[in-house]
Design a protein around this ligand. Sequence first.
Ligand SMILES: Nc1ncnc2c1ncn2[C@@H]1O[C@H](COP(=O)(O)OP(=O)(O)OP(=O)(O)O)[C@@H](O)[C@H]1O
Length: 228
Amino acid sequence: MIEIRNISKTYDNGTKALKDIDIRIQDGEFVFIMGRSGSGKSTLIRLLLKEAEPSSGRIIVNDMDLQKMPRRYIPKYRRRLGVVFQDFRLLKDRTVFENVAFAQRVVGASPRKIREEVPRMLKLVGLSSKYKSFPHQLSGGEQQRVAIARALINRPEVLLADEPTGNLDHENATEIMKLLERINALGTTVVVVTHSQEIVDQMGKRVITLNKGRLVSDERKGGSDRED
Ligand SMILES: Nc1ncnc2c1ncn2[C@@H]1O[C@H](COP(=O)(O)OP(=O)(O)OP(=O)(O)O)[C@@H](O)[C@H]1O
């Protein structure tokens, strides 16, 4: 579970990016975080990744209080979260296979495990036939699929996606959303930042809306698995 308790974040220059935010996300939920540019969405993601510190409040992820977490534990903590970004952030000089395998090598996975699991993950994201391709040989949608495969290869409990469809056309964006939905159905908690009303409307999930750093609504569009 992710508990964001009374979080405020004021940057050093005085910008109040988040004000008194309370959010609770249960294991296995699919949640959108919506809001206009500058509403604080990326700040929230940075706080969850412990790339920035809140000015006040607490964040607890799976019983770990991020404010009390020893510095040396941060890399290990971050590996429990898969992250994808708008700009894919793939290694340009590595193949699709190598991009995904790299994330496993970093955590010391055996070559055998990599040989087994990378193809399985590429199948899940629908890219089995492209494993030898380089990023520049792929469409934007395909590149985002590689990024998703890489984010998931070490089996994180939570997938954080910051504007994952921001660089994609409508068709590709819809395909990526369907993929995230399938990943969620397999048990991963999925948190998607977007400013696309269209995507949010078409998905029928819980939507948390921020405006100028404040949480202005938290509602489920369709569906019924919300607990509180
Ligand atoms: N490092 C920083 N230092 C100072 N102010 C910042 C910093 N990062 C973000 N801000 C400010 O905090 C506010 C929230 O920014 P944030 O990036 O979280 O918004 P966002 O909703 O993700 O926007 P976008 O959709 O454009 O990415 C904005 O006013 C922004 O200018």
